[in-house]
Design a protein around this ligand. Structure first.
Ligand code: IPE
Ligand code: IPE
Ligand code: MG
Length: 257
């Protein structure tokens, strides 16, 4: 039977730069801002779209590597609400690549019991891409392995606005009193309240910003940036990020006893 991704409960050994390390704290939810496709292509004198195509290979590698190591939730920032403002041909290639990715990978993802979910304004996606995405979600909805959250037409601010809209409907229907609103009530209106807050957010290509990614869920996330461009980001780079995470002292505003 195919391996079940996202369920490795044993402490995992990784080899980074020839040295073996035992991972003592594994992030439950990793978010990745997959950046630098355009620059990767430019360095090679290729069109930006070639960078996006090359980036798909890294998506496959990182999904697999995350599952193997036992990460439970992986959110990939694939397309932001702001990315709609890019030139139309680039947007159209990105939608095409999304379709290609799901069509070519769905059998393997399903066999490895990956559960696909999406965060974002799915209704805005190109119709064919949206259909394939919804089919993939439906097909994998009972899978118990790695939860692969594809952030598509996603914005952290948009997510909070959408949550407030949902909340307002309950208020208007008198199903909720304003004084009952707290963080937990709002959190439950986010796209995927069953997904815990992010523990580790990785950004490639040397940028040090969130770019509207997981604003709510990043409240106490550890941030890891690397100069590596997304199409060059491989399993070793993920392991480096996980190794760095081992030494983070997560205090959540408290003091250590
Ligand atoms: C990330 O690479 C992919 C998306 C945002 C869809 P970019 O396309 O942003 O690449 P750079 O940042 O221009 O190099
Ligand atoms: C963030 O990258 C969005 C995704 C990776 C999908 P961008 O390249 O769009 O972000 P900025 O414009 O550099 O902040
Ligand atoms: Mg970019």
């Amino acid at each position: 039977m195919a391996p079940l991704l996202g369920y490795n409960t044993n402490p995992m050994k990784i080899v980074v730069d020839g040295a073996t390390h035992l991972l003592k704290q594994l992030p439950v939810h990793v978010g990745v801002i997959m950046d630098g496709n355009g620059r990767w292509a430019k360095k090679r004198g290729l069109p930006r779209t070639a960078g996006h195509r090359a980036g798909m290979k890294s998506v496959k590698t990182i999904v697999n590597a995350s599952g193997t190591i036992g990460i439970k939730y992986l959110t990939l920032y694939a397309f932001s609400v702001e990315n709609w403002l890019r030139p139309k041909p680039e947007v159209s290639i990105l939608m095409h690549l999304l379709r290609d990715y799901l069509m070519s990978e769905i059998d393997e993802l399903d066999a490895k019991r990956v559960k696909i979910i999406t965060s974002g304004r799915t209704n805005d996606l190109e119709a064919r891409a949206r259909t394939i995405l919804l089919d993939s979600i439906e097909r994998t909805k009972h899978n118990k392995g790695l939860v692969l959250n594809l952030a598509l037409s996603y914005g952290g601010k948009a997510e909070i606005v959408d949550a407030v809209k949902r909340l307002s409907r309950d208020l208007l229907a008198h199903a909720l009193k304003p004084e009952r609103i707290d963080e937990e009530v709002l959190r439950r209106c986010l796209y995927h309240p069953e997904v815990p807050d992010a523990d580790l957010i990785i950004r490639t290509s040397g940028e040090n910003r969130l770019s509207n990614f997981l604003l709510w869920q990043a409240a106490y996330a550890e941030f890891y940036t690397t100069d590596v461009l997304w199409p060059d980001f491989g399993e070793q780079d993920l392991h480096r990020a996980l190794l760095d995470y081992q030494n983070r002292d997560r205090r959540f505003g408290k003091v250590k006893p």
